[in-house]
Design a protein around this ligand. Structure first.
Ligand code: NZQ
Ligand code: ZN
Length: 387
């Protein structure tokens, strides 16, 4: 392991068909006043809301709600939730939903008693260390799989007025309840969007460095597991084994362990965040569209790793081929897989217009793994996945 690192993940995970049974035990650890944060209504349709409310009532909790936390959550919604926490002296935030609800709930918890002038600027723009003010604890019930927010500190919030979608690290949930059956009601579109998000998290960490690192072997293993499970789940969404593997792969991909001692890339995510700031597209689908031209552009700067990816993950036969051919065949395999699963590979399908592309490119935070890209290079990449 080339670089020193610290690893600490404080989130307690309850996983499986009966995992919600543990909510009662967890709730006993907190005071009476709970803020229930959720999205646009899926949990009311599939019955998860009723199950959670029944447990909250049984535990004699006083429940306040912050509903309509929509995909690519807005700063205004986060501040609304923070006010509800403050006004009602909330003891625990319980986020029931996907990455958007959980990310926004993390933001509500830190913003409730924030003691500065502009919480978005402090944490999401300037990445200041968290101030000393009180942070309300958070528990989650996960219903959409992909982001890893259930076991990481990440929070991605959109300042819709200024068209900026920024990520930061805040704090981990105290506990997260992961029942794969809760994901059965996701549309195929959302299911595969989350799956590509997981794949992207793995690649963002993998495509960096040239040392022999255990993290790369871990990533290859998780990646192969999610490809296998996805092929099954696309055909049979009610296959518990496949859905549970997809859920755990996604959590593992971003709980911190898979990227240890690596410099990492994350430029595909930086570009996608601005793409969704302009189009409000589903995060995983945006990543999918951007990934193919991005990797076809940067593979030559990290050729041995792209050859390894093609051979180890996609089983590309290298005999009689140049390294360039093998590397490109690996990316072709990923694209074929994405299309077969119904993932989106063009920006046009995600609602982008040609006129938006320069603004999207110019507003991206610059980073990269094997290659530090410029705004001009990002614009070329975006043009290559427009239609
Ligand atoms: O709002 P409701 O009605 O609940 O519907 C949601 C939403 O429309 C629906 N859904 C969720 N669970 C469902 C369901 N529909 C039926 N049955 C269920 N069981 O799915 C839609 C998408 O939900 P959302 O939470 O937006 O999806 P996702 O989990 O992909 O979260 C995306 C957000 O997370 C951020 C993204 O940028 C984006 O803002 N990310 C967070 C990260 C983190 N915290 O570490 C890292 C990621 O890279 C990512 O950037
Ligand atoms: Zn992501």
């Amino acid at each position: 392991m080339k670089y020193d690192f610290t690893f600490h993940n404080p989130t307690k995970i309850y996983f499986g068909k009966d995992s919600l049974d543990n909510l009662e035990t967890e709730l006993k650890k907190y005071g009476k006043r709970i803020l229930l944060a959720y999205g646009g209504g899926s949990i009311k349709k599939n019955g998860i809301y009723d199950k959670v409310i029944a447990i909250l009532k049984k535990c004699d909790k006083e429940v306040f709600e912050c509903k309509d936390v929509l995909p690519n959550p807005a700063l205004s919604k986060m501040l609304e939730g923070a006010k509800t926490i403050r006004d009602n002296d909330v003891d625990l935030v319980l986020a029931v939903g996907g990455g958007s609800v959980i990310d926004c709930a993390k933001g509500m918890s830190v913003a409730a008693y924030y003691d500065g002038d502009d919480v978005f600027k402090s944490y999401w723009v300037n990445h200041e260390p968290l101030h000393k003010n009180k942070i309300v604890p958070l528990g989650t019930v996960l219903t959409m799989v992909g982001t890893g927010s259930e076991m990481d500190a990440g929070s991605v919030i959109s300042d819709t007025d200024n068209k900026i979608k920024n990520a930061t690290d805040l704090f981990n949930p105290d506990f997260s309840i992961l029942n794969p059956e809760y994901t059965y009601t996701l549309s195929k579109y959302q299911m595969v969007s989350g799956i590509f998000d997981c794949m992207s998290h793995l690649m963002e960490q993998y495509f960096s460095g040239d040392d022999d690192n255990t993290s790369d072997y871990l990533i290859e293993g998780i990646y192969k597991s999610i490809i296998n499970a996805t092929k099954i789940a696309v055909k049979n969404p009610l296959d518990y084994e496949a859905r549970s593997n997809i859920m755990w792969c996604s959590t593992m991909a971003l709980c911190g362990i898979a990227g240890k001692s690596k410099t990492q890339d994350w430029e595909v995510h930086m570009i996608e965040h601005q793409l969704s700031a302009y189009t409000n597209c589903a995060h995983g689908m945006g990543l999918c569209a951007i990934s193919m031209p991005y990797y076809r552009y940067i593979y030559k700067f990290g050729l041995p790793k792209f050859v390894r990816f093609a051979k180890e993950v996609w089983g590309v036969d290298a005999i009689g081929k140049t390294d360039e051919q093998v590397a490109l065949e690996g990316i072709d395999c990923m694209e074929k897989f994405a299309k077969e699963c119904g993932m989106i590979t063009t920006l046009k399908e995600l609602g982008a217009t040609k006129e938006m592309l320069p603004d999207i490119a110019n507003s991206c935070i610059l980073g990269g793994g094997y290659k530090k890209v410029t705004h001009e290079e990002i614009l070329e990449i975006l043009k290559n996945c427009y239609e």
